[in-house]
Design a protein around this ligand. Structure first.
Ligand SMILES: [Fe+2]
Length: 389
């Protein structure tokens, strides 16, 4: 999405006959925004239209999230680490919140699934909080480790395999997830003052075990919230090569450079990715604000146009009581929030923070799902009181 990749054997000119070992290959263009934006071209052994059978797939139930019954407007806290592993990487997702731009949830799969999944509704962003994942996709393979963001373009088939159940945060973006324009110069290279460079990212490698296999595959696709399982009598992924600008990529949170100011910087200074209707920020270990009177703790604030979801990944969360790794706080727009009692004063003079957290700010209000209720810490709204009753 931010640079050109080329693997295997591709035709010298696009849209021309390409033979390998005397066999005419099937040019498959994978395009975005109609035909106006980035694309990749794959050279498949079999036509991608060769499905043998299709059926509605009912094992995954998160395609059409339902809002929970009306609830009071207040700050909320969800403890996701207490969830038991369930299902697989397609079925085992629990959505917590959604609006017209995105869905937001967690995935803690118990078992592997051989079928591939393609989300035709949305780009997807995963944040791998725990575990190691072997990722395979139409564009190649990657090994993901804790702290990795993974961005998957819409309609790209992929699957996860693992030795131990991983824990993931997952965001579906109805519009593009991309690197913020402000980090990219007019030639397309990442600017020198961006919080990462091209070298910071992991991109797919050629996956001979998939692209050179003749094993038939199944792909489960989601469109308009409905899942369809498609069987192929041959290997959909068998190919000679591909090139282009559309592919999944990963970025480990440790490879992002944090920013520090003389006084506390607003969260937007820590933006990692932009999405249509939302932004994703990474809070990283860093030297804290260095003015002698600086208050390093976040100031009390009301972001009157943003709902805020903050996933606490690791470290010492000094501004919040009762928070643990895997916690998610939800602060709706316009509700004042900030550090817990004592944290504001105690932060003065601190030199460093080691916390790692991922924030999603949405520009349209979120609905909470019924599933979110089961993970909620009902005492959280009282945690700002000096002496909670
Ligand atoms: Fe906030």
């Amino acid at each position: 999405m931010f640079k050109y990749l080329k693997f295997g054997n591709v035709a010298p000119m696009h849209h021309t006959a390409h033979y390998v070992d005397g066999r005419l290959l099937n040019e498959y263009c994978f395009t975005r925004e109609g035909f106006e934006e980035p694309y990749s071209i794959l050279y498949l052994v079999h036509p991608p239209t060769g499905e043998s059978e299709q059926e509605v797939y009912r094992e995954a139930a998160w395609g059409m999230p339902q809002a929970r019954d009306s609830a009071v407007l207040q700050r909320r806290h969800f403890r996701t680490r207490r969830m038991k592993p369930q299902g697989h990487f397609i079925s085992g997702r629990t959505l917590l919140a959604f609006n017209d731009d995105l869905t937001y949830g967690v995935c803690h799969p118990k078992k592997e699934e051989a079928a591939f999944f393609a989300n035709n509704d949305a780009d997807e962003l995963f944040f791998l909080a725990e575990g190691t994942i072997r990722f395979q996709s139409l564009f190649g393979k990657m090994t993901l480790t804790a702290g990795d963001y993974l961005i998957i373009p819409r309609s790209c088939p992929y699957r996860f395999s693992f030795d131990a159940p991983p824990r993931l945060l997952v965001v579906e973006a109805k519009n593009d997830i991309s690197i913020p324009d402000v980090y990219v110069h007019k030639e397309g290279q990442l600017k020198m003052d961006a919080p990462y460079s091209e070298r910071s990212f992991q991109v797919p490698e050629w996956d001979a075990s998939l692209f050179e296999s003749e094993e038939p595959v199944s792909i489960i696709r989601k469109r308009q919230g409905v899942f369809t399982r498609t069987h192929y009598p041959e290997n959909f992924f068998q190919m000679a090569g591909w090139d282009g600008y559309v592919f999944p990529y990963a970025l480990n949170i440790k490879n992002i450079q944090p920013k520090t100011g003389r006084v506390h910087l607003p969260p937007t200074s820590h933006m990692t990715f932009s999405g249509g209707g939302f932004a994703i920020m990474s809070f990283l270990p860093r030297v804290l604000d260095f003015d002698e009177k600086a208050v390093p703790c976040p100031f009390y604030h009301s972001s009157v146009d943003c709902d805020e979801l903050l996933f606490y990944h690791s470290g010492d969360f000094t501004s919040r009581k009762t928070i643990e790794p895997g916690s998610i706080s939800f602060h709706p727009s316009g509700i004042p929030h900030g550090p817990h009692p004592g944290a504001y004063q105690n932060s003065i003079g601190l030199k460093r923070t080691d916390e790692q957290a991922v924030m999603v700010d949405t520009f349209s209000p979120l609905y909470l799902t019924a599933n979110s209720e089961t993970l909620e810490d009902s005492d959280y709204p009282k945690s700002w009181q000096e002496n909670p009753s």
